[in-house]
Write a protein that binds this ligand. Structure first.
Ligand SMILES: Cc1cc2nc3c(=O)[nH]c(=O)nc-3n(C[C@H](O)[C@H](O)[C@H](O)COP(=O)(O)O)c2cc1C
Length: 258
């Protein structure tokens, strides 16, 4: 057989493919735990960012150790010790019939169809007293499900920070939900009015600072009204009666036990 025969060329190409696929598979398997670790670290970083506690100079793990992770049963509005808060995965729980809730269409503002009955929440305390409560929220944008954290001050109404850590909206359009300028409008905004109604919303256009509703409103995103509407809707769902409202009401009345 000559050196350049078709059979030889095909054999070399085949062996090269096998070697490369083994290398790629080995890298994917070998790095999967590192990827999981990075994902967890990124999520924790975003919890810290939402709370305004992130310091780039300190390892995320050290900063996160000051935050208390708990699980809430949204049905009862109580904390539960049924699951380990460090490992509980509410996305996985949303897929299991024994831990999920199917959301009736007429109240599914976030357009997520089902959610976990149990949610991770994060408490920041100072001398035992609750200073901030960080809540995970998610809902549909234009192209994707957007996942974020909203941090509330001790009054459980004033926003301390709000950031998305995962979404697939278009960079420069819906992706502007990550823009630090846009995000900087959230601290100080109020979620509920005095009757307990969820009022927070992202407008189409700019907020009128002299308007009566100014404290509940955030500027829209130019050319990305559909993503912005998704943000309003997901907050209205999660902060409402089928989301965290019963839990927040209990917390207001009973406080957080040590
Ligand atoms: C390629 C492409 C990507 C787009 N991505 C988004 C997006 O991520 N979020 C969004 O709200 N609108 C996006 N739009 C625009 C929407 O189709 C729609 O026009 C827009 O949300 C309306 O907002 P406006 O009234 O502020 O212009 C995209 C449009 C195109 C053509």
């Amino acid at each position: 057989m000559s050196r350049d025969s078709t059979a030889k060329v095909l054999t070399v190409a085949f062996l090269l493919c096998v070697v490369c696929s083994i290398l790629v598979s080995a890298a994917a398997v070998g790095l999967s735990s590192r990827q999981e670790q990075n994902k967890l670290e990124e999520k924790r970083r975003n919890i810290l960012l939402a709370a305004g506690l992130y310091d780039a100079g300190i390892p995320v793990e050290d900063q996160f150790s000051t935050i208390e992770a708990r699980i809430v049963d949204l049905q009862s509005g109580d904390f539960t010790a049924e699951f380990d808060a460090a490992t509980f995965d509410s996305r996985a729980a949303a897929r299991l019939p024994e831990t999920n809730r199917l959301i009736p269409q007429e109240i599914d503002l976030a357009d997520i169809k089902k959610r976990s009955r149990y949610k991770n929440v994060y408490l920041v305390r100072e001398e035992g007293r609750l200073r901030q409560l960080i809540l995970p929220v998610h809902g549909k944008g234009l192209w994707s499900t957007m996942y974020g954290f909203i941090s509330l001050s001790a009054d459980l109404n004033t926003v301390n920070g709000f950031a998305f850590y995962e979404h697939g909206e278009t960079p420069g359009l819906g992706g502007e939900i990550d823009n630090p300028g846009w995000k900087s409008q959230w601290p100080g905004k109020k979620i509920y009015d005095e009757t307990g109604r969820v009022r927070i919303e992202v407008l189409k256009g700019q907020v009128d600072k002299s308007a009566e509703n100014f404290q509940y409103q955030v500027d829209g995103l130019a050319g990305a009204t559909l993503t912005a509407r998704g943000v309003s809707h997901l907050l209205q769902y999660w902060m409402g009666a089928d989301g965290y409202a019963p839990f927040l009401e209990k917390l207001r009345q009973e406080g957080v036990k040590p």
